[in-house]
Design a binder for this molecule. Sequence first.
Ligand code: IPT
Length: 963
Amino acid sequence: MHPHATRRRARPRRLLATLLALAAAACLGLAPGGPSPDAAPAPAARADTGTGTGPGAGPGHTVSYDRYSLLIDGERTLLQGAEFHYFRLPSPDTWRDVLEKYKAAGFNTVSLYFHWGYHSPKRGVYDFTGVRDVDRLLDVVEDVGLYAVVRPGPYINAETSGGGLPAWLKNVEGRARSSDAGYTAAYREWLTEINRIIVPHQLTRGGPVVLYNVENEYAQNTDAQYMQDLQDLAHAQGVDVPITHNQCCQASWTPTWAEGLGAVDIPGLDDYPQSFECQDADTVWGPWSDGITRRLKDDAPVYAAEYQGGAIDLNNAGYEACRQLTGPAYMKYFYKSNLIKSGATLFSYYMGFGGTNWGYLAQPNDVYTSYDYGAMITEDRQLTGKYDEFKLQSHFLRAASGHLTETDAAAPAEVPAPDNPALETASRVNPRTGARFTLLRHADPPATTDDSAVLDYGDGRRLPVRVDGRDAKVLLSDYPFGGQRLALSSSELMTHTRTGGRDVALLYGRAGEAGRTVLEYGSRPKAEVLAGDADVSYARGRGELTLDYVHEGLTRVRITGGGRPPLLLLLGTDATAAEFWQSADGVLVRGTDLLRDARVRGRTARLRADTGEPGRVEVFTDARRMTVNGAPVRARRTASGSLTAFLPGPRPVRLPELSEPARWRQAAGAPEVAPRFDDSGWKDADSTLHADDHGFHHGSLWYRGRFTATGDETELKLNAITGRRGIYQVWADGRYLGSAQGGVQADSDPPVNEDPGPGTFTLPDAAPGEEVVVSVLVQNMGHNDDWIADDTRFKQPRGLVRAELPGSGADISWKIQGARGGEDLADRKRGPLNTGGLYGERHGWHLPRPPASGDWRRAGPDVAAGTVSWYRTSFRPGLPRGQDTALALRFGEPPAGHRLLMYLNGWNVGQYGAGVGPQRDFTLPAGLLRADGRNTLALAVVAEDDSVVRLPSLVVKGNHRTG
Ligand code: IPT
């Protein structure tokens, strides 16, 4: 064991909570040190009684580890969670919603990237307020009762602009992600700022942070001194939880940072077995890997740092296809394999909720506005079938964590063997409790056949099993829980709980498949089938009670006597088991669309829950009364010893119709094309055309060039780098010359920045001596990432990179304009990534307040080639109170002739158009949207060709009654 953590004094504001927690623990007669081995070690929410071992329970915790698991205050702890990007949810109020959904899934951890560029518009300038308030984020994590793995980079990848590096870093000498002096000085700024926020939130000081990750998939062009420097700095600045790293992707890639200079405490692994080919969701099965089977370091636990929980949509298949690619069958097969084959006890899934690339957050090559990721929770914060599967698996991990946190792989002779070679098994055993976990799956991973077998446990015990198609099961044997002992089962365990002196266990299997569960008793118990069907038999010699059944609906068996406490055995299907929830307090609940929390206090069960439709809720408790979201509901007791009530659904929502042009105002938005436009305030770009050199890092760029014609000019050759999906447009003396695709990531070696070939534009005739004014609008779709740490891709310029007048001796003199203020932000609240340099953006036409400039008229649907048109309207959604209603803007089929930017109350919530991506629905993040107030919507339509603008409508993506 490596005692890495030293005890620290609590922050003062935690002291009261600590005293209360200690008092509560004393009242409940709980020994310090937390729950018993088979209780769930999920951290307690801060508002809780403080009997858990997690954040909120008090200061001065220790975090250490050994080869099996993390140890919190010396107690083995299994971490399971998912990645969350606060920067992709620009609404601190909804951070809590998403994190409560993580917690309700059964997770006890959230993994958090911190995004340098999101906080820093300019060297030396950092903003941690408003949507950037990560101190508040860590407070919310603690309140919700999750542990946090913090990942401040400095490099994070994450398909975000620059991989999280700030754009101003492009102008800093020295290779990014190395120990070069220039880069070192720059990142020390960032880490000093972010560590100052993170350090007080460590578990060692009473906060939620249990692990600190340095860098990201740092496997190519590496510099060990840099890895060491990052850790030395973290330690010097007060980081005292174990340090991790997430390695990727090939077994052959080194270093793994398990040893030598730059080695971390717990090296983790990233694994994306399904690739990102969402368009082939039907056929793809593990082309990239067979799951996590490696141990990187002998004396550290196996950490699945980023396990594929969805996918980026590389081929514009849409995120529903990505959700299918990484759906329940994949989750069962790969996640369960990881658990048993590697013995990992730390898991984080990437992503649990993806969010939105609002503004210019997207890295241009791989993603568009939506970062839904096909995750278990949609971009609109709705739960999916993947969420259900996570619930089944996470509740199991939580319930069994007392056993799972210390297991050894069973020797082949010890593994229950199937009598059908189409199936294979592997087991892990806890050396202290003897509990055994057996993975059952097809021997040939992609097999889709329906195969049955009998497992031979080697001691006379046999168990019939079945694997139908792409499936995998973790079967338990010799598993003690509560006052019970499970001998064998071909059903899988979701969870168990102890309430009112009895045990309740919930097992499940595929609908229609036979199941057998065997429990051990000292004498014959009484078994009553309360609902459904089950054959019950008792073998006196072995003391085994055997139940045979078919998984269907929910079978309920009450077992009493036999020398053990009473047991209510619930036998469900995947679908009926997924109707259950278990709160942090251990309260088991069936029904509702989301159980945020449930506690039993005295005779009252208090629920916080969301309902999407009217329906029944059942609480497995001996309480007599129930409140839901603070209000009492009429409840009655059932024969199963539970409490049930009927809950209403939400009120329906009626939305205003936005798609009528008559409700919009329109104004022309490209005065820069006019020869006489006043650009005297613009920056001179003769020394360099590269936008970043002028401090214009994000969004649209205007260039205006002047030359005195010699009479020999026939064409203008330009080259602009926009990043993938970007275009640029050209005018001469107000006349539109056309558009071209901008350059993308340069992949040649050495990288060439002038890629692709130049756009050639035919110039109108000009007499010798005549002044010609050229206007160019260049999109900057975002900055390349630096995944392979070669620096050059990331530092690739944006904007115009070349301009020539072939056959003419004339010089063009250039001016440039970008986002208002450049690095000195005009709008600090919305930050550096919100707007570029369109005229309307520079003059606030995207903001709620009425524009002070522009010729606003009644809107029409037609836009002409070579124009920028702004549309504005306002609306009141009038959403019912006490409900969480998710709204989106829905457009038609993405148009080829134009692309548009959309702003909700001044926030840039998306880019739309055939050249941008397949997206038609754009999330309006709650929090940015005023549910019962007035909202302003603005669209900036950039037309390459004459086309018709189809205005969007509002659609409901989810509607729940909620607390
Ligand atoms: C890996 C990155 O660590 C993460 O930031 C994100 O980019 C993710 O995967 C993909 O969405 S990189 C991948 C090539 C494994």
